[in-house]
Design a protein. Structure first.
Length: 248
């Protein structure tokens, strides 16, 4: 989820979903388009995506980034984007696609989980508040958009077990907005603090080691109950890391 105005989202085409609006959609193996959406993607990965995927694959977050991610810093951006690397085959399929479908389905990324909807946060500088904006925009080849089952955004996200993803990507959108303001203590994307911010958000295993194996806990006050939670709860550690960065 990124910061985006409702107008920008509308310019992408599709249907803006206002509160109370619904859309029709269903995805199932019987549709001839099944798995076609898992090819040649610019699939952005958010920090919580990496947490879930690396756990599903049984590897560390650092290993996941090395094996499965492209880290890109685009002109004008202050924080690198992380994209899923496609398989090296003719169709450039998702590396986790199998003959039966998604091989990491219980831990599939936010972009896949929320499909065919897209989401952003519209930030109002006057009020300092962000408002969710939602869009229904399946590709032309998608047959699921012609199905009769009706959803609201809320029901769809609940059905896809995406509520925690929605929460975490919303926090991430707020973080990126703050980071893009370039606090004086952060001198560019390759600054030491910027690299620390990337570690705290995307390399959760390295960040956990940093918290518990360095002098971090001697320099920052963390109560006993929170320490215990941070040792095992990845989502709590990610939230902690983002909150820590926001205090810089």
């Amino acid at each position: 989820m990124k910061e985006i105005s409702e107008q920008d989202l509308e310019n992408r085409g599709g249907k803006i979903l206002k509160p109370g609006d619904t859309f029709c959609f269903e995805c199932r193996p019987e549709l001839t388009c099944f798995n076609l959406c898992c090819r040649n993607l610019n699939l952005f990965l958010y920090p919580y995506d990496v947490i879930r995927l690396r756990k599903n694959l049984g590897i560390s977050s650092g290993e996941f980034l090395d094996r499965h991610a492209d880290i890109v810093l685009r002109p004008g951006e202050s924080f690198p984007s992380v994209l899923l690397s496609m398989a090296e085959n003719a169709e450039k399929t998702c590396p986790f696609l199998t003959e039966k479908g998604c091989g990491v389905y219980p831990d599939r990324p936010w972009a896949c989980r929320s499909f065919p909807t897209e989401h952003g946060m519209d930030f109002d500088e006057a009020t300092g508040k962000s408002t969710p904006v939602n869009l229904f925009r399946p590709p032309d080849f998608c047959e699921g958009r012609h199905e009769k089952r009706e959803w609201s955004v809320e029901k769809w996200l609940n059905n896809q077990n995406a509520v925690i993803y929605y929460e975490m990507t919303g926090l991430w959108a707020d973080f990126l907005r703050w980071f893009s303001s370039a606090p004086p203590k952060i001198a560019g994307a390759f600054d030491k603090r910027a690299k620390m911010a990337f570690m705290a958000s995307y390399n959760i295993d390295e960040f956990r080691a940093f918290v518990f194996e360095s002098t971090f806990l001697k320099r920052f006050s963390v109560d006993k109950a929170q320490k215990k939670k941070l040792k095992t709860d990845d989502a709590a550690l990610l939230k902690f890391g983002l909150e820590w960065i926001l205090k810089w």
